[in-house]
Design a protein around this ligand. Structure first.
Ligand SMILES: *[C@@H]1O[C@H](CO)[C@@H](O)[C@H](O)[C@H]1NC(C)=O
Ligand SMILES: *[C@@H]1O[C@H](CO)[C@@H](O)[C@H](O)[C@H]1NC(C)=O
Ligand SMILES: *[C@@H]1O[C@H](CO)[C@@H](O)[C@H](O)[C@H]1NC(C)=O
Ligand SMILES: *[C@@H]1O[C@H](CO)[C@@H](O)[C@H](O)[C@H]1NC(C)=O
Ligand SMILES: *[C@@H]1O[C@H](CO)[C@@H](O)[C@H](O)[C@H]1NC(C)=O
Ligand SMILES: *[C@@H]1O[C@H](CO)[C@@H](O)[C@H](O)[C@H]1NC(C)=O
Length: 813
């Protein structure tokens, strides 16, 4: 569909054919200065090196620098010039017998050569590849230059900015019947244009040209003859960074002129300059480009444009051929809502690049049609807009082969924990440079994970479930043998360097060499590696477990020694000394609290012994604790504005508002003698316009107990699960109210642990009859006790001066 836009019209600059010949005097001065330079650098002789079948001579200055004889077995020769003295090469360069078997010759950067004469290549009968490139003064090549080199398959005239195309065409007519690959990169100076017309067709007549590279030319005018006779035979066409002017009406023929194309590189061929919105339904016919392998369509849309797709696509038949690699990066695709209708699947696509599009929405249905997708790059977009869309967690659900996913720089504050639930082949996840303050990902199926990059986020610590998962991954990988194939490495190499794909079409390409990766060059690390540098880690009593994990587990953390954290008000390196200091301080803090308290307690308990002796000790302590709690909760400007945070899924809102919240409120208002709202819910207290994840943490911070209302819907909601994990990580007490018969076997580990550890209230709602066991009185008493416990811990951690008859004391006495 997108290929159809390819050859639309673009604007051309005004063109002129002027070649400015310097005046004679100027030329003289030029020659004199060159002469001077040459005299000066005469001592710096050219250097030739031999490496197996390769022979390279650089810095050729004078005629005597050319090697007339080659070392034995040399097959590939590169001669690199400078501003050479003459306007032409010496004759009879390759007469010696040692040149007879040379198959590849590169003549590069002779920047003062004007003309190449007829006999230049004589003696190179076996030549397969010739490159005469970056000779910026070259204007003329003799039309008989190829008379004695009938075996040439590959011809490069790149970067010869003054070479006239008609000279190349004349030299090709009726010669080089084996020519397969023609490369004319950047052969026109900026203000001129290249016309591919009848003469071009004549020059290529009766050849089997399958690769054409005309990239980097200012404007290329493609005439009908070329569309009909040259394009339909091409396997490889590279027109990147050229502007194309095609015959009008080409759109209608679009179906036939790329019949055999495998690699199409249209990078930077800009065709769209404005906002483009489409809202329609289209029908796609069967395979047109049945050989398609690599379609590179990067940067085809002006960066100030906006492309908004709301398209429904229906396939006429499922016989669709899609490329293996599709690059649509830098195309200003803001909204990619492509819905495929029907059951067809495009199984060829393995790598897709959607990087740098400022993309705010991408429909999961679009990705689901590519079940073989292995590498997906979504970096540099605005996918944080997806955080509020329920579909986000289903984004990769159908891409079961996914191995590498880039989500770098998307301003994400949150990723759903189930985002990678089905992606068991995942190897690399890159979520660096986002705004994640908190991360909880379910990676239990991702047994092959080797690299997770979380660098440059806003993480203050890692959640306990993430730490556990990394450890279990490490264990799995060390015990099971590592079955990594080179295939993904090869794919990733090609994905990152497209010129490697271009190489496949060159003479002498050796596929097994291409895919090969030395063990030391692994792009994908062998064992799980974590990159968490440059976050906002905090080192305090709450993060001791995290610090310990960083320092003492075997997890491979990239540049571990450079990790830092906030300690007090300064940023310091996270090392063992720091850990020991923090650990000691925290132990001290709690024992000072208890120590001071116990001294006072002993006195008080002696003084009050007689009076309190008959009181029921336990209930008194509870009552005292309750009083402290009440004081804390009811005072102005308290840290704990609420007693509980009621966590529920919005789909259960009705039950919560009709049955749960009123009962909780009634009991708690009675216990605390207050009419103030001490139950916090997202619905009532999240501030509109803020990031949800930050609001969750802010509210939980103000509560002592988190009460999750667990239902099947709750277990499917990312935000609800997030609230439970946040509760555990913030050391809040949790009292669960669970719907009867809820299957928790697929719940995240944190929730399963909570369910396994604590007793809970269970409720049912049959035809509007709400029943809860045990009674509300008992549940609420449990909540109050949990709050007392949480408050006690809070005071220990924060070293609040103990009150006179502090209940903390009596535990020690
Ligand atoms: C050129 O190749 C042929 C056949 O492989 C071989 O017999 C001959 O010795 C080679 N000539 C040189 C100069 O290497
Ligand atoms: C043209 O080249 C292709 C490979 O590039 C080859 O498969 C085909 O047989 C060749 N055709 C002719 C007529 O030489
Ligand atoms: C996507 O397009 C479909 C119609 O094809 C429409 O119903 C749906 O609302 C669109 N979704 C978004 C998020 O734009
Ligand atoms: C196409 O040409 C451009 C510019 O010459 C080059 O950078 C790119 O690697 C080529 N594409 C392929 C696939 O080789
Ligand atoms: C391709 O490369 C491999 C590995 O370097 C080598 O063993 C093999 O001989 C090469 N094949 C050809 C045809 O050059
Ligand atoms: C991390 O380590 C590598 C080599 O181990 C080093 O080159 C790099 O400078 C280090 N620092 C950062 C910030 O990546």
């Amino acid at each position: 569909m997108i290929m159809a836009f390819v050859l639309k019209r673009v604007h051309i600059n005004s063109t002129s054919n002027a070649i400015h010949r310097p005046a004679k005097i100027l030329r003289l001065i030029l020659y004199l200065s060159i002469l001077l330079t040459v005299v000066l650098i005469c001592e710096a002789k050219s250097t030739c090196t031999v490496n197996g079948i390769n022979y390279i001579c650089s810095n050729i200055v004078t005629r005597s620098d050319f090697p007339l004889e080659l070392p034995s077995n040399v097959r590939k020769v590169t001669l690199m010039g400078t501003r050479e003295l003459n306007d032409a090469f010496p004759n009879g360069l390759y007469n010696h017998i040692t040149w007879a078997n040379v198959s590849e010759l590169s003549i590069l950067k002779f920047t003062n050569i004007d003309i190449i004469e007829k006999s230049f290549l004589n003696g190179l009968e076996e030549l397969k590849v010739i490159s005469i490139s970056y000779c910026t003064h070259l204007q003329i090549i003799d039309q008989d230059i190829f008379n004695y080199t009938p075996n040439i398959e590959e011809l490069h005239f790149d970067g010869n900015t003054r070479l006239n195309l008609s000279r190349v065409e004349a030299a090709l007519i009726d010669k080089l019947s084996n020519l397969r690959y023609l490369s004319l990169i950047g052969i026109q100076a900026l203000e001129r244009h290249l016309v591919l017309g009848d003469n071009f067709v004549k020059a290529l007549h009766a050849k089997n040209l399958s690769c054409l590279d005309i990239s980097g030319n200012n404007v290329i005018i493609v005439e009908n003859a070329v569309v009909n006779d040259v394009l339909p035979n091409l396997k490889y066409l590279n027109v990147s960074y050229s502007q194309i002017l095609a015959p009008s009406g080409l759109d209608n023929m679009a179906k036939s002129f790329f019949k055999t194309i495998e690699l199409l590189d249209l990078t930077g061929v800009q065709y769209l300059f404005f906002e483009y919105t489409t809202q329609e339904e289209r029908i796609i016919k069967g395979a047109e480009n049945s050989h398609a392998m690599y379609f590179l369509m990067r940067e085809m849309v002006n960066k100030h444009a906006k492309v908004i797709y709301n398209i429904r696509l229906r396939f006429e038949t499922c016989d669709i051929k899609f490329p293996k690699m599709f690059d649509l990066s830098k195309n200003s695709l803001i909204h990619l809502n492509i819905t495929f209708i029907g059951d067809c699947r495009l199984r060829e696509l393995e790598t897709m690049n959607l990087e740098s599009n400022n993309m705010e929405y991408i429909s999961p249905n679009f990705l689901s049609i590519f079940p073989s997708l292995k590498i997906l790059d979504l970096s540099n977009n605005l996918l944080m807009k997806m955080e509020y869309v329920e579909e986000f967690s289903d984004m990769f659900i159908q891409n079961k082969d996914l191995e590498i996913v880039f989500l770098r720089n998307n301003r994400l504050t949150f990723v759903p924990s189930n985002l990678f639930l089905t992606n068991s082949k995942l190897s690399i996840i890159d979520m660096s440079e986002n705004e994640l303050a908190y991360l909880n990902l379910n990676l239990h199926r991702a047994e092959n994970l080797t690299l997770i990059n979380l660098r440059r986020n806003r993480l203050k610590t890692l959640s306990s479930s993430m730490m556990e998962q990394f450890e279990s991954l490490l264990w799995k990988q060390n015990t099971e043998s590592n079955h990594r194939t080179h295939v993904t490495n090869g794919l990733l190499k090609q994905f990152q360097d497209r010129s490697l794909i271009g190489k496949r079409y060159r003479y002498g390409f050796n596929a097994s060499e291409d895919i090969q990766c030395e063990k030391s060059h692994f792009i994908i690390p062998l064992y799980v590696t974590t990159d968490i540098l440059e976050n906002r880690f905090v080192c305090d009593c709450d993060t001791l477990v995290f610090m310990e994990w960083i320092l003492f587990t075997n997890i491979d953390i990239i540049n571990k020694t450079e990790m830092s954290c906030k300690y007090g008000n300064t940023e310091v390196f996270l090392n063992i000394e720091l850990f020991q200091t923090v650990e000691t301080n925290c132990q001290l803090a709690s024992s000072i609290g208890i120590g001071v308290a116990s001294a006072i307690a002993i006195i008080i308990s002696i003084l009050t012994l007689a009076i309190t002796i008959r009181q029921r000790c336990k209930s008194k302590r509870l009552n005292q604790d309750l009083e402290h709690l009440k004081q804390e909760i009811l005072q102005e400007n308290t840290h704990f504005e609420f007693l509980i945070f009621l966590s529920y899924c919005s789909r259960d809102a009705q039950i919560v508002y009709e049955n749960i919240l009123p009962s909780l409120n009634r009991y708690l208002h009675e216990t605390f003698y207050t009419e103030r709202d001490i139950v916090c819910t997202g619905e009532n207290y999240f501030v509109p316009g803020m990031r949800i994840i930050e609001e969750i943490h802010r509210c939980i911070d103000k509560c002592l107990v988190v009460v999750p209302v667990i239902t099947p819907e709750f277990l499917q909601s990312d935000w609800s699960q997030e609230e439970c994990v946040a509760a555990v990580d913030r050391h809040r007490q949790v009292v669960i109210l669970m719907k009867k018969h809820t299957d928790t076997s697929r719940a995240i580990v944190t929730i399963q642990n909570l369910i396994g550890q604590y007793t809970r209230g269970t409720w049912s709602d049959n035809e509007g009859v709400f029943v809860i066991r045990p009674s509300w009185n008992i549940i609420c008493e449990g909540i109050v006790r949990a709050a007392i416990e949480a408050f006690r811990h809070y005071r220990i951690r924060n070293l609040i001066e103990p009150a006179e008859d502090n209940p903390l004391v009596e535990e020690i006495v």
